[in-house]
Design a protein around this ligand. Sequence first.
Ligand code: AR6
Length: 179
Amino acid sequence: MRVEIKSCHLELHQGNITAQAVDAIVNAANSRLAGGGGVDGAIHRAGGPTIMEETGRLYPDGCPTGSAVITDAGNLSAKHVLHAVGPVWGGGNRGEAELLAGAYRTCLRLAARHDCQSVAFPALSTGAYRYPIDQASRVALRTTIDFLQQHAAPQLVRFVLFDAGAYGAFAAALEELVR
Ligand code: AR6
């Protein structure tokens, strides 16, 4: 599924984030930037050890929840990895939606600042951090649509959803938002 916003494209794909031929790939990191499973494990395995070396050197204090930092992309075909730290789901009354929006917004800002024309996001916080996918998809898409409307960049934002359930949740949310 694909929609156009201010001559930019927002796309939904089912697949693996590490296989995307884009300028910047977003990692679902933790605030210590310590590596882990899920998207984080897949990106560091495919990208090689230089990514972790660089995060340790540039960001020894990690990255706060609701924000993101940028590194090179090692062996991946992308130019950069954006390490985004989404919130752990705690029931919905702990500022999770604003923190999740902040993680997406910071990635989009960093992408624009580093001349990345195309960015691929996973569904941040919806795995180990247990954010419900239907709510997370609305936050992710609303934040991205607002950013594209304000900045008309990056030219392509692709959400890469790992399974059919996540793809379906994002597709339903996107239809509702652009209807
Ligand atoms: N490509 C695309 N999506 C994927 C992939 C992949 N290769 N692998 C998993 N997903 P998660 P979080 C989906 O757990 O919830 C790590 O240990 C997955 O199905 O990667 O933000 C970090 O170090 C889910 O929908 O990220 C942190 O400690 C989504 O990506 C913590 O987990 C996000 O799942 C971050 O948890």
